[in-house]
Structure formats: structure tokens, C-alpha cells
Design a binder for this molecule. Structure first.
Ligand code: NI
Ligand code: MN
Length: 228
């Protein structure tokens, strides 16, 4: 069974199929980070978009582990230009990796690296479906609610989804509850809350409200894990 560990914010460690991946490893500067970047041992890094709270420590982790970054084309190119291994993909595309299948989905958001006063745009942001050991995990990246979530869930039955609930930059709780209904995952876990004052949200409220609609849901502590 694949194992998911919450590293805080939108960062997750996914272990299974004899390997380990980290998604959106924002650890340095994340007050809730459950690991230090030097303690992350992975073969693969998946990035949804270029914002600092998602790109995070990806380049350092990639270099230290000789890991490969899987990202939307423009962001993968940015990372490749920084000297790390990168596998570019794009929206709607899927690829079979040694650990399983990765498919990128739309996300309604932005994507850029902010370097001092310079903004380097890194294409479209994405969500990601990862199928490993016959289980499908969905990390939507940062996004607002969109109705195509219904199609995503229908065509790619989701065993475990993580959804942003922090509002302001992404869905808040009301929209994340609706997203759960559209995606129809076997289980859902909230993310992207409380890291900064502006995204304070109560994850227990989200869990209670989706449970009332018949979904399995759980708050993961920082550093907490679940198998699915
Ligand atoms: Ni973002
Ligand atoms: Mn974010």
C-alpha cells in the first residue's frame, strides 16, 4: 500500500513501489515543515507550479539525491536550466514512470518564480494524478474550484485526494467541500492552510462537513502518515 506523509502546507512524501517521491517540498521558511530538506531522501520530485511555497527546496533536494523533477514544461525547463534532472510534462498528458503513472490536470491559479524584483513566469500551474500500486492519488496543486473535477474523478477513480482549504489564494472550505463532491474520492485530506495568517482555516471543520456528506476524511498532523 502506498504511504502518504504530510510535510506541511502543500508538501507530501509519497512512498511506494520501492521508491519515494516528494510533492511541492516547501520546507525552508515553512513554519509547519515536518522535515528538513537534508532529511528528504527521494528519487523523484513532483512540482505543481513555480510559486515559492511549492518549488520550495526542490532544487536543493534534487541535487542532494540526484532525483528527477517532474513538472509542467516551463517549470521543468527552469529547473533543468538550474542543473538538475527534469522530466517535462503538460496538462492532459500522462507518462509511465518506474514507480507508476503520472498525469497532469488543469489547475486555476498562476505559476511564476519571483526572484527579487523579477517575475519569471513558469507556464500554467497543474494538478497531478499519481497511480502507484494500483492506487490513485490526486494533488490538485493550488486551484480554485472547477467543474471538470467531476470528469477527473469519473475517468480516474481517486483513492486519496488532498485539497487546499486555506482560501485567499485557493479554494476555501466551502469550495473544497464542493470539490470533494465532484471528485468523489475514497478519502480526502485537507492541505494549504495555517502556514500564513492569511490562509488560516479549521481543517476539522472541513473534515466534519465532508463526513456529513458521506465521505471518508482525515486531518493529517504535520509529519503524520496514512496508507491507502
Ligand atoms: Ni501558488
Ligand atoms: Mn500555494
Amino acid at each position: 500500500m502506498p504511504k502518504l506523509t504530510y510535510l506541511g502546507h502543500a508538501a507530501f512524501l509519497l512512498e511506494g513501489a520501492g521508491t519515494a517521491l516528494v510533492i511541492d517540498p516547501f520546507l525552508t521558511g515553512n513554519p509547519n515543515a515536518a522535515k528538513k530538506p537534508e532529511d528528504v531522501k527521494v528519487d523523484w520530485i513532483v512540482l505543481t507550479h513555480g510559486h515559492g511555497d511549492h518549488l520550495g527546496d526542490a532544487l536543493e533536494i534534487a541535487k542532494a539525491n540526484n532525483a528527477t523533477i517532474i513538472a509542467p514544461f516551463e517549470l521543468a525547463t527552469y529547473c533543468g536550466n538550474k542543473g538538475v534532472n527534469a522530466h517535462p510534462m503538460h496538462i492532459g498528458g500522462s507518462h509511465e514512470f518506474p514507480f507508476g503513472r503520472v498525469k497532469l490536470t488543469i489547475a486555476h491559479h498562476g505559476s511564476a518564480v519571483v526572484d527579487g524584483e523579477q517575475i519569471i513566469y513558469t507556464g500554467n500551474p497543474c494538478g497531478v494524478l499519481i497511480t502507484m500500486e494500483d492506487k490513485t492519488f490526486y494533488h490538485p496543486g493550488d486551484t480554485g474550484l472547477f467543474y471538470d473535477m467531476k470528469l477527473i474523478g469519473k475517468m480516474n477513480p481517486i483513492d486519496l485526494a488532498v485539497l487546499p482549504i486555506g482560501d485567499n489564494f485557493t479554494m476555501g472550505i466551502d469550495d473544497a467541500v464542493k470539490a470533494t463532491e465532484l471528485l468523489n474520492p475514497k478519502k480526502v485530506v485537507p492541505m494549504h492552510y495555517d502556514t500564513f495568517d492569511i490562509i488560516k482555516a479549521d481543517p476539522e471543520e472541513f473534515v466534519r462537513r465532508v463526513q456529513e456528506k458521506g465521505f471518508e476524511a482525515q486531518v493529517l498532523e504535520y509529519g503524520g502518515s496514512l496508507e491507502f
